[in-house]
Design a protein around this ligand. Sequence first.
Ligand code: FAD
Length: 376
Amino acid sequence: MDCLIIGCGLCGSVIARHMAEQGKRVVIWERRDHIGGNMYDYVDEHGFLVQKYGPHIFHTGKKELYNYMCRFEQWQDYKLTCGAVWDGKYTPTPFNFTTIDTFFPKEKAVELKLKLQKAFAGREEATVVETLEHPDPDIRAYAEYLFQNDYAPYTAKQWGVSPEIIDPSVLKRVPLRFSYEEGYFNDTYQAMPVHSFTRFFENLLNHPNIEIKLGMEALEHLFIRDGKLLLDGLDTSFLVVYTGALDELFGGIYGALPYRSLRFEWKYEKKESLQDAPVVAYPQAEGYTRITEYKKLPIQNKLGTSYAVEYPLPYQEGEKLEPYYPVLTVESQEQYAKYKALAERVPNLICCGRLADFKYYNMDQALARALDVCRN
Ligand SMILES: Cc1cc2nc3c(=O)[nH]c(=O)nc-3n(C[C@H](O)[C@H](O)[C@H](O)COP(=O)(O)OP(=O)(O)OC[C@H]3O[C@@H](n4cnc5c(N)ncnc54)[C@H](O)[C@@H]3O)c2cc1C
């Protein structure tokens, strides 16, 4: 073995492929019983292709990243639409002119749309914060209405805090549209696999120099002492790429890094359609934030509908929960920096990926990061 990779998600698999193509013998250890990390999908008992760890849509502005994905799977253009429901009414998200038509009386809606078009002339969208701070009281009132009914309760549930303490500045990058445009992302490339994300990984990992061991907990064998990486007590000289969490790698000596987790409640109903879009937020619902209806992601013409109801909750190591979203605060970043400094002392260790970098990466960012590691 020339290289040991911990984690068979996007980062670990891309680096494995690169090493294998360089003629190196690579072994991947993955603690789960499947490849693909959080992008893993499978066909459920009702025949629907579902995503075990939540809805994933590949989107990027970068052609080279899209081209990389195309080496290992065929992709179909797919424009995700999302929505939100409150007071029993559905609106697309990001909020647009349909939102105004849905929640405001006709005359008021016409007036508000004109005001927005005039105030933001020449622009397709603005951030929610810009509208919250706008001098026109009607524009501010509209933004405030959305904040109270959607953003504040949704964000509060997502992060497990009270809606009153949600600061509007978290909406700095959240867009409001001044048209009837409904796509969720603005990127040039937005696609879903023709077969599955898992098929993408099968092809990516299909190389004679790659060996995969599933159900393999690396931390039962790997140990770091005095800047040296030990495998079952013996010194290592080969390269180790670690894509797991750094606090786990160092036995939590600086405390556990904070994450939010998710619990998915899987359901099936014998109806044609459950909701108006594949992914819909329910800010007023008790406990859960959103529902993903997989038959619409993309369309799967089968009987009934399979969907996952998403409940955010705090992450506790060892409780069979997954660390999904890093909680990024000044304190947690400082804590992470200490772990990172320890990792950097180990000459044959490379840490990479959403857990090891303690960052929220979209797939294209995770891919770019992995390709960067390959180049260097
Ligand atoms: C709910 C949700 C929705 C998302 N939706 C999108 C989307 O629509 N579009 C998008 O671009 N991105 C999306 N993402 C982000 C996407 O999932 C990530 O960018 C990508 O999966 C990161 O890959 P990775 O290899 O860094 O990490 P992972 O996929 O987490 O892979 C790491 C792997 O390492 C394994 N591992 C960790 N520690 C050990 C150990 N000690 N021993 C053995 N194995 C170990 C883990 O089991 C895991 O399989 C979403 C993320 C979430 C949480």
